[in-house]
Design a protein around this ligand. Structure first.
Ligand SMILES: NC(=O)c1ccc[n+]([C@@H]2O[C@H](COP(=O)([O-])OP(=O)(O)OC[C@H]3O[C@@H](n4cnc5c(N)ncnc54)[C@H](O)[C@@H]3O)[C@@H](O)[C@H]2O)c1
Length: 427
């Protein structure tokens, strides 16, 4: 094993910039950057370190609090109309976009246009037209454009995919997934940007990717229902919960259907805070997964279930006292960001300039996180958003056909024979 030098300042550095410094920054990006500042080692690149150079946010308050808490100097706190532009001009190598989902596209586009590698929090973007632009731009600018779906790195989901890839589990027929967030998410954490949004785009997307990446196949249709009245008015555009249904077809010509239920109005004293469950039924088996009930149940008088959780997911992101005495914060939520940094390092530090395009192509071919491989997921998100918008406008029960009779993404309303085309090209 190669050890890192005692003075990381001597290492080649990759400078990152953040757009958005909210909950997901605190949970995953902050621990990643804090650890990677001491150096990372990769056999393909040698040792390097990663530094967070600055952030572009709406108010700058959370950046200021972070800078104060960490005692940082020279950290760029960019706000205002040109916050992202100022961050890009401060000299960074890659941009992390973790702002609300309807703000991802503009920031990512700006980052790629400026010639920087970009990673976007899920959902990458909200339409195929936006995805097409970012993928084409990344190609033109010779940079990586990637998205974070940390559930693909959850050891349970990796095991599921392994059993499918190895043919141990054969042909998925149907399944359900549910992800329930507490009321505090919709009521306070996201209150500033929740109007007009829905929990499906925010969290069903994790399972859209899991299903798409694990089972492959061709997305054929999307349906969605939902409820309103808690987060916003009962006839308004803001949704409390959603029920999404996808139909896929596989090479054999056989189909599968998946139901994904999400909510952000579960009571705050729910024992596990975030409830995540999946069941997939195959020709020869059943996979039952519960990301919260993995076997640990904790009670601390006066502290659970609010400050500490009763059933804890220690695999996602948790603080540990390691057996060798060090304090660490680890988990797949952090590992997924580190993998992206290693991919950027491979392109930029993994050899001489002549080999850069080949290294870039190799990293862009990683379909677990490349934007070019996110088409069916973005199609499902775009379809779901359009179906919910129609329902909010008094036209419920639409169905979106994918690459069907009319091509691309075609939204059909009951009683109307002509579809509304959301996306004309092939998905
Ligand atoms: N991978 C995951 O499991 C996971 C979990 C939570 C959130 N997310 C994603 O991360 C993103 C952010 O979520 P969050 O939970 O951190 O939200 P949050 O509301 O806690 O934070 C949002 C941040 O974005 C900033 N912001 C708002 N508008 C902006 C703008 N126009 N330009 C720049 N910054 C802006 C805010 O100042 C704040 O710092 C969302 O896309 C969400 O879906 C992913």
């Amino acid at each position: 094993m190669t050890s890192l030098p005692s003075n990381p300042a001597t290492l080649p550095v990759l400078r990152g910039g953040m757009v958005g410094m909210g909950m997901i920054f605190d949970e995953t990006y902050a621990p990643f950057f804090e650890a990677a500042g001491h150096g990372l080692y990769d056999a393909a690149t040698g040792a390097f370190r990663v530094e967070l150079a600055g952030a572009a946010t709406r108010t700058g308050d959370r950046t200021a609090a972070y800078v104060h808490r960490r005692g940082l100097t020279g950290f760029g706190n960019h706000i205002g109309e040109n916050a992202v532009g100022d961050l890009l001009a401060s000299g960074i190598d890659f941009l992390c976009v973790a702002s609300p989902d309807d703000k991802h596209f503009a920031a990512a586009k700006q980052g790629i246009e400026a010639g920087h590698h970009v990673i976007i929090e899920k959902p990458s973007v909200l339409s195929l037209a936006e995805l097409d632009q970012l993928v084409a731009l990344a190609k033109e600018k010779d940079v990586l454009a990637k998205v974070v779906y940390h559930k693909l790195l959850d050891p349970d989901h990796k095991r599921l995919r392994t059993l499918v890839a190895d043919g141990v589990l054969s042909h998925v027929n149907n399944g359900y997934c549910s992800l329930l967030e507490p009321k505090s998410i919709s009521g306070s954490q996201f209150a500033a940007w929740i109007t007009g949004r829905n929990p499906g785009t925010y969290v069903a997307v994790h399972y859209l990717k899991l299903i798409d990446f694990t089972f492959g196949g061709r997305l054929k249709s999307v349906q969605c229902t939902g409820q309103r009245g808690l987060v916003g008015p009962k006839n308004g555009p803001t949704w409390d919960s959603t029920q999404l249904r996808l139909v896929y077809e596989y090479e054999s010509g056989r189909e599968a259907a998946f139901d994904i239920h999400t909510s952000w109005v579960t009571p705050d004293n729910f024992p596990g805070y975030v409830e995540q469950e999946v069941q997939f039924r195959f020709d020869n088996g059943v996979w039952n997964g519960h990301s919260r009930k993995r076997g640990v149940e904790l009670t601390v008088e006066g502290r659970t279930p609010h400050e500490l959780k009763n059933t804890i997911n220690n695999h996602y992101n948790a603080s540990f006292l390691e057996p060798w005495g060090e304090r660490s914060r680890r988990g797949y939520g952090i590992e997924v960001i580190e993998r992206f940094a290693r991919e950027v390092a491979y392109v930029e530090l993994g050899g001489d300039g002549n080999g850069r395009s080949a290294r870039l192509a190799e990293m862009a071919a990683r379909d677990y996180n490349d934007l070019s491989a996110d088409r069916q997921v973005v199609a499902a998100v775009e379809a779901m958003e359009a179906i919910l918008a129609k329902a909010a406008a008094g036209e419920p029960n639409a169905v979106v056909e994918v690459n069907g009779r009319s091509g691309g993404l075609a939204l059909y309303l009951p009683g109307k024979s002509e579809p509304e085309m959301l996306y004309q090209g092939t998905v």
